[in-house]
Design a protein around this ligand. Structure first.
Ligand code: GRF
Length: 204
């Protein structure tokens, strides 16, 4: 059997995307292994999820480092020590440094709760809801030096219903996130992501 894709999952909060990755690995639909979960928040619920499934985790507190560069060089070291093939940002609330990008070129994915390039940055669901769009959704993309600007791998469209609140819309989007993030990771594992300029073609 080919080696499983080794993941490093970075979180800051609830970790429901981490959970969907764990569940998809455990039910056999995602051929990967989570080598390490890293949280920059000691109280992130995602840590409890990692513990429950026996997945190694590390907490790196923002305040324990003199600079962003120091934080990221520790992050890089941990990911390299764990031979991570793909870095998965799952609600990781930090902008990453150029050194981190260079260390894992085209090997860092993120999920954003809106249809990029609309509504990047914080609270994508609220931005879309307040704007009054009829459709929103979520996007899995590679990370580049911008905020939510990297090449798009998969998007899923979610309708905005007349009686939606920001919360019901966010919940509907989150359900889709849990589907497309594991799918995108599996495409990477299968070597099916072809990058041409900023465009991505999925090989069949
Ligand atoms: C998700 O909405 C994701 O799109 C965004 O941060 C949130 C993380 O949620 N990047 P969770 O921690 O995976 O539950």
């Amino acid at each position: 059997m080919a080696d499983l894709l080794k993941l490093g999952v970075l979180i800051s909060g609830s970790g429901s995307n981490l959970q969907s990755i764990i569940d998809n690995i455990e039910n056999g639909s995602l051929k990967a292994v989570i080598k390490i979960v890293i949280s920059n928040k000691p109280d992130a619920f995602g840590i409890t999820r990692a513990k429950k499934h026996g997945i190694p985790f590390v907490v790196l507190k923002n305040g324990d480092f003199k600079s962003k560069e120091d934080f990221d060089s520790e992050l890089i070291k941990i990911l390299k020590d764990n031979s991570v093939d793909l870095v998965v940002l799952a609600g990781f609330m930090r902008i990453i440094s150029p050194a981190f990008l260079k260390a894992f070129e085209q090997k860092i994915m993120n999920i954003h709760p809106a249809l990029l390039p609309s509504f990047p940055g914080l609270h994508g669901q609220k931005q879309a809801f307040d704007y009054g769009v009829k459709f929103s959704g979520c996007t899995v993309h590679f990370v580049d030096e911008g905020v939510d600007t990297g090449s798009i791998i998969i998007q899923s469209v979610v309708p905005v219903l007349d009686d939606d609140t920001e919360e019901t819309l966010a919940a509907r989007i989150l359900k889709e996130e849990h589907k497309i993030y594991p799918q995108a990771i599996q495409l990477f594992a299968d070597g099916k992501i072809e990058i041409k300029g900023r465009k991505i073609r999925i090989k069949t």
